[in-house]
Design a protein around this ligand. Structure first.
Ligand code: FAD
Length: 434
């Protein structure tokens, strides 16, 4: 057989890691993304590369998996990470016995957890409430998803993958019960991409893609939206979590120069049609200010919501908090008798690489290819912007040399939080189109 031709639907963190994984294994890959870079949840998340500590009491196996990939992603994509560290704080009225379960879970999952003395905590994080009674440090980090996904796409492109942005999968071509291609609409019209296998990695849209275009309704998923409030400034060096079972409004992430408080969780029916309840924003500010009182007197700059596709049918009435954050590959050949297509859903941005590795193993298994994933060791591409390549990048992107010079002065800033620049996003998305 010729080298298999795989079409990946969805250019979020999962689809982009899949394109990277499969092209490293030598397969022919085309990724179609209906929006621009980051059209879905990977742009509307909380900004954390989890250490797994959040899951250490409820699900040690999940916590271990997350920690392992925290190390791998930090190694292959250092330019996407700010190593802030995370602090779990227990307050006056919290169940402080939870701390020992938390420490035991972290130890079991291989997560480095350290007691932080309260005077050291106040020295490092002067804005944290005086009600803090206990603090534990873990290796949570901040991750820039735009950089991650752009780097994955650039790297996959260099490995031979085709990345088609603004290209929506609007249907499938079939021969009997076998999918042979994807109908794609872009600015020039509708065309068909031939495929030996399609991977549906469209995040919260996985169910919609299968039901609307193939009449398959077997994906057992719940869509849970979460609101986040963005505060006008950064209050802490570290990510601050409440030391208790995962709940709403219990994490504050210092993201570039701002702080993101999140999240809430509410079940929705359609990722394209739901509303954010303004009370959620007030709730987040209220909860956030229990950990950092200064939040109460600060401005909410904006708010947004992302949608999780949770793979489970069981909820116990506690919103979505007790539904697993694990992921699943749906083989539609065995589940629905339709071959040539599979779906992957669930998980977290922090576990996207592992998800892609499993999808890669699954795809290679279909074609009898014995090839291991290499994504744990290949460093991701991120073009350096330097004085001596300004001319070349101006030619490639059409971005003026003046703007590029300003960007260079920004990138020489000392702290990562100074680096954010929407113009930088523009430069790299243009490079990708090139
Ligand atoms: C509120 C909230 C906070 C979160 N915070 C964190 C966090 O801090 N850390 C963490 O690790 N995880 C977090 N997560 C989880 C994480 O964001 C997601 O698991 C991850 O981003 C999902 O990536 P994805 O690629 O599966 O989906 P997406 O990023 O949604 O990508 C799917 C893509 O498919 C495209 N698409 C859809 N339909 C089509 C079509 N027909 N044709 C072509 N393209 C199509 C969409 O445009 C989209 O870009 C959070 C989730 C939520 C909801």
């Amino acid at each position: 057989m010729d080298t298999p031709n795989i079409v990946v639907i969805g250019g979020g963190s999962v689809g982009s890691f899949i394109a990277h994984d499969l092209s490293l294994r030598g397969l022919r890959v085309t990724l179609v993304e209906k929006g621009n870079i980051l059209g879905g949840t990977s742009a509307r998340f909380h900004g954390m590369l989890h250490s797994g500590a959040r899951y250490a009491v409820n699900d040690v196996n999940e916590a271990r998996k997350v920690m392992e990939d925290n190390r791998v992603i930090s190694d292959i994509a250092p330019h996407c990470i700010e190593d802030t560290g995370g602090i779990f704080v227990g307050l006056d009225n919290d169940d402080l016995d939870y701390a020992s379960k938390f420490t035991a879970g972290c130890n079991q999952a291989g997560i480095d957890v350290k007691d932080i003395e309260l005077d050291k905590l106040r020295e490092r994080e002067p804005f944290i409430t005086k009600d803090a009674k206990i603090a534990l440090g873990v290796p949570d980090k901040v991750i820039n998803s735009f950089r991650l996904v752009t780097s994955l796409m650039l790297t996959a492109k260099a490995e031979g993958a085709r990345i088609l942005l603004s290209s929506e999968a609007i249907g499938f071509e079939t021969e009997g019960k076998h999918v042979t291609g994807v109908k794609v609409r872009d600015s020039s019209g509708v065309s068909t991409l031939k495929s030996d296998l399609v991977i549906n990695a469209s995040g919260p849209w996985i169910g919609k893609v299968m039901s609307e275009h193939l009449g398959i309704n077997s994906i057992d998923m719940i869509m849970s939206a979460g609101t986040m409030a963005v505060m006008e400034r950064r209050f802490t060096k570290s990510i601050v979590n409440r030391l208790r079972l995962p709940s709403n409004g219990d994490i504050i992430v210092p993201y570039f120069t701002e702080s993101i408080i999140g999240t809430t969780a509410f079940i929705i029916g359609d990722p394209d049609n739901f509303e954010i309840d303004k009370d959620d924003v007030d709730f987040l500010v209220e909860e956030g200010s229990k950990m950092i009182p200064a939040i109460k007197n600060s401005r909410v700059k904006r708010h947004y919501a992302g949608v999780r596709a949770l793979i489970s049918s069981s909820s116990d009435g506690n919103g979505d908090r007790n539904i697993s954050r694990d992921f699943k590959i749906f083989d539609h050949e065995t589940a629905d008798g339709v071959s040539g297509i599979a779906t992957v859903g669930g998980g977290k941005l922090s576990t996207s690489r592992i998800m892609a590795k499993k999808v890669g193993d699954f795809a290679c298994g279909k074609f009898g290819i014995r090839d291991e994933s290499k994504t744990d060791s290949i460093k991701l591409t991120w073009p350096e912007l330097k004085e001596d390549n300004i001319e070349e990048i101006t030619k490639k992107t059409g971005v003026s040399s003046q703007i590029l010079k300003e960007l260079i002065s920004e990138t020489s800033a000392k702290t990562y939080s100074d680096l954010y620049s929407p113009t930088m996003d523009l430069v790299y998305s243009r490079m990708l189109f090139d």
